[in-house]
Each structure stands twice: as C-alpha cells, then as structure tokens.
Design a protein around this ligand. Sequence first.
Ligand code: HEM
Length: 584
Amino acid sequence: MTMDSKLVDMTTPLEYGKLQLGNLLTETNAIPIILAFAAVVLPALIYHVGYATDIPHIKGLPEVPGAVPVFGHLLKLGEDHATTCEKWWRQYGHSAFQIKLGNTRAVVVNSFDDCKKMLLGNQNAVIDRPKLYTFHGVISSTQGFTIGSSPWDESCKKKRKAAGTALGRPALRNYYPMFDLESYCIVRDMQKDSQSGEVEIDVRPYIQRYALNTTLTLCYGIRMDAVYDDLLREILQVGSAISLLRSASENLQDYVPILRYLPNNEKTARSKELRDRRDAYLNLLLGKVRDMIAQSTDKPCIAAAILKDEETRLTGVEVSSICLSLVSGGFETIPGTLTSCLGSLSTPEGQAWQDRAYEDIKRHYPDVRDAWTSCFVEEKIPYVNAIVKEAGRYYTVSAMSLPRKTVTEVNWNGAVIPPKTMILINAQAGNHDTDHFGPDAGIFDPERWLKALDPPVESEAVGLGHLSFGTGSRACSGQHIASRLLYAALVRILASYKIVASESSPPNTDYVDYNQFKTALVAIPREFKVKLVPRDAGVAQGVSCAGGEEDSSALQGMSGGEMGWESPAKPDDVRFGSGKYETA
Ligand code: HEM
C-alpha cells in the first residue's frame, strides 16, 4: 500500500473530492476546463435571468421589436400600456402580437374584431386569470381573491354564480328603492352644494357615493348619507390605492422577480398597509351584518343571505370575496364613466346633446315626474340609452380590461398560443378602432348609436356594442346593474339641470388624457367643475322640497347608530320615489 492510498482511505468523501479536484488542477492545468465550463454555463445563466420567459416565443405570432434583457418590453411600454400598444398596432400593422413583460410572455389583442374573436371565439380557452405577486401574494392574502382576479376553479365558479344571481337582470327589481334613494341623493346634494346653481361644483364625489352606497347596500345592507363620510372616503381611498397596485406598469416586481428582494421594498410595505386597512373596514362591515342578524334587524343583502343560508356552501372567505368583488367592481368604474360623460355633455358641443336628451325624456314622459319614477324601472329613452353606450365606449375606464390566461391551446390564425399564456385585451384600442366604429371613432358622439334623430330611434343592437364590460366567459358580472345606474342618474340629472362646463376649470375630454393616473387599473378622471342651471325652477324646488323635512326625517329614521352609517331605505321610506316628487 502506497502513502497516497493510505491517505485516501482516511478521508471523508467530500475531502476526497476536493483532493481529486486539486490533483486534477495541478496535474492537467484546468484553466481550459474552467473556460469551457464558463462558456457553456454562463450564457445559459445569462439567458435564463435576462431573456427567458414563462412561455417560450410563440411561432407565427409577431413580436414587437426592442425587448431588452430582464425587463423585456416593460420599459418601452411606459406608464400607459393601452396607448402604447394601440400605437404599436398601427405602427407595425399587426392587431395581435406578443410582448415580454419581464419574465412573462403576453399576447396583446387590439382591434375590435380581434378582441371579440379572442374573448367570444375562445370562451373556454381564455376563462382563466393570471396570478400576480403583489396583488395575489400580498394584498389578497387575507380576504381571498376578488372574482375578477380569481383563477378559474371550483371556488371561482361558485362565487361568479352567486354574483351573477345577485346582479342579473331579474334581480334588478329588488333594488328599485335603493336606485331611487341613491340617485335622489345625487340631485339633492348637488342642489344644496351648488346653492341652486350659483356655485360651480365637482360632480365626482356625488357619483362616487352613488356607486359605493349601491354596492354597500347590496352586500351589507349599509349606506352612508354624507358625501364626505369618513368611512366612505376610507373605502374609496384604499380601493383606489389598491387599483394602482394592480396594473403592470405600476408593479415591475410582478414580472421582474429580483426586484422583490431589494431592501426596503416599498411596494410590498405599501401593499401590506393597504391590505390591513381594507381588512379593517371589511371586517367591520361583515361584523355589523352579523350583529344585525343576531338582533334580527338585518336588511336583505348578500352577506346576510349567505350567512343565514347554510345551503350555499360558501366559505367565510368566499362571502368576503364576493362582497369585496362587488364593492370594488363598481366604485371606480361607474364614477369614472359617469363623471367623464357629464364632462363631455357640459362642453359647448354637448349642450345640443343635453337638449335632445331632455326633449326625448319629455317625449317619453310628458310629465317629468313619470321619468323621475320610471328611470330605475325601465330603460326606454333612446337618446339616454345612446349616451350610456357612448359613455361606456368612449371612456374605456378599464383600458386594458382585466388580464386573462389560457387554459388550453388557442389557434390564432395558425399560431399556437399554449396553455398558461397571459392574454391582454386592449379595450381602449378596440373601442376606438376606426375600422369598426368609422373615421370618427376618436370623438364622443352619442348619436352614433341612433339610426334616426327626429325622433331619436336606437340602431338595432347586433351583438357586442363595445368592449368596456369585456365579453364571454368572464365578462363583467355587473354590467346590467351598471347600465341601470348610469341611466337612472342621467335621467334625473338631465331632467333637473342644464350642465355647463366651468370656464376656469373645464373638463378634459380626450379619451386618453382625461385620466389623471395612467398606471391605475381603472381611470380616475382629472378634476373639473360644472355649473348647474336648473331646467325649470319647479324641478329645483321639487328637489329641495323632497330633500327637506319629509325626506330627511325618513333618512334619520334609518340611521345606523354608532358607526354613523345609515341603513338602506325600506320601500315605504322612499317617498320621493313614489310619485311625491314635485315638479312645476
Ligand atoms: C361602468 C361600469 C363597469 C365597467 C366599465 C366594468 C368593467 C369590467 C371589465 C372590463 C371586467 C373584465 C371583463 C372580462 O375579462 O371580459 C369586469 C369584470 C367584473 N365586474 Fe365589472 N365593470 C363595471 C361595473 C361593475 C359593477 C357595478 C359590478 C358589481 C356590482 C361589477 C362586477 C364585476 C365582477 C364581479 C367582475 C369579474 C367577472 C369575472 O372575472 O368572472 N362591475 N368589469
């Protein structure tokens, strides 16, 4: 036995390995080996960190040039993804293309026809939604995912079904008193705060309360009467801040994982703070419903129905998730659409649209009181319907819709999009597609939805009107209630006032630039003011009358006590909606 072999016998396997490597290095001069090793492994590593995506390049589908390592197209996309993609569509001549969001490959669809084909022609294949690090991993870790952000699974199916029942057309009749009360409150407070038209006002806060109270009443049987109620403003503020944390342009860390590990990660800290604030008010609301059930004072609402009905088989997290979905589904989309629409109507050009709408209201309801009491029951005034549709199309408040994900292959003109690929629908681009809507697609014009003007007659609805509610298997669950809310508020506001844009603070009516936060998931219109000119003195008087002693006592009677909230109107309480609203 040699010295060497004795030594080897006495070593551990690890030490033996080191020894052998040492020998190899000295005996064979290892530099070429190391170099060869580096030549193979390093490029693979660089490729993996810098260029690899969850889904490999999709053959046969154009890719926008100029992707850079690590970030892909993220930096080129800038803050406003919808507008950049719309530009790329026209620049490169392809409505559907692939891009890289950091390590995630996404297919973007732009033209109206392609968006429709992707969502309707492949309903089952694009039923899923992607999961994102910040929104799903941090913000939603406690209350569950909203329906709009839930991947497609059994729980999502149950939640979508429950929401569909609560928000479907047949259910709307149950909410008439609520529509009545909330739309009345808009006009009541506009009247008060504008001092009967003397002072210019910002209309958005009234519409925010309208949208939020509607869904809070639906979900929890709770409403707030004051436009600047603390809880109301907290819900709106937290919700808007969370919406900012959902978009791709705001969250590079979702697509560039290394950013998550940076020290003092502000995004994660902010997300946790917002999650805690949201948890606090959601738990408060749900707790309030539980208390009301215990005391048998609960109002009919989704939370109470689900909490009391053991048959639904929904978990506590699912109940919270449904309520959260409804509250967050409407509180920014409706104010974004309706505020901007009132902005367009208030312009000098918009005066003619308002006058024609007013004439059409009177044509269908010669006694304006009937319009006032029917606007939440039926949507039959063609000119107002045209304004509702144009507001939805032109102000595409959710410009990139909500992201989808494929569950099975999609054959796109011969290119095979594999399962698990992110699909982005550029609703803003499709809604302003000149090939579909004509050369004036870029201007606001309610009359595009009418086939005759004197008197106004709506064009026959053939299929999908616009893309703002999405379509197909994961289309907006709240679209019927949203249309009714827009219609009812418009009828009451337009029947009461001529809206005139402020000269010192006019609205921005550009379909891209009206939005002050391009990175938010849902647009927030830039602030503007309007002057409200009463249509006739009697209407204004009627509002102040209805909102005076009689109704304020009805509202006080509904006070929700220690929280300062007010519970919703019982049908009998809503006296102004039962024909007692006075006009001249
Ligand atoms: C003008 C008002 C609204 C707009 C523009 C809007 C827009 C959208 C869009 C674009 C989607 C995604 C559709 C898709 O992927 O195809 C969506 C989903 C959804 N919306 Fe709305 N929405 C509005 C109002 C509402 C309201 C009032 C509610 C509830 C009260 C609501 C509840 C939902 C829910 C639950 C989903 C998720 C559907 C799913 O993922 O299965 N929305 N909405």
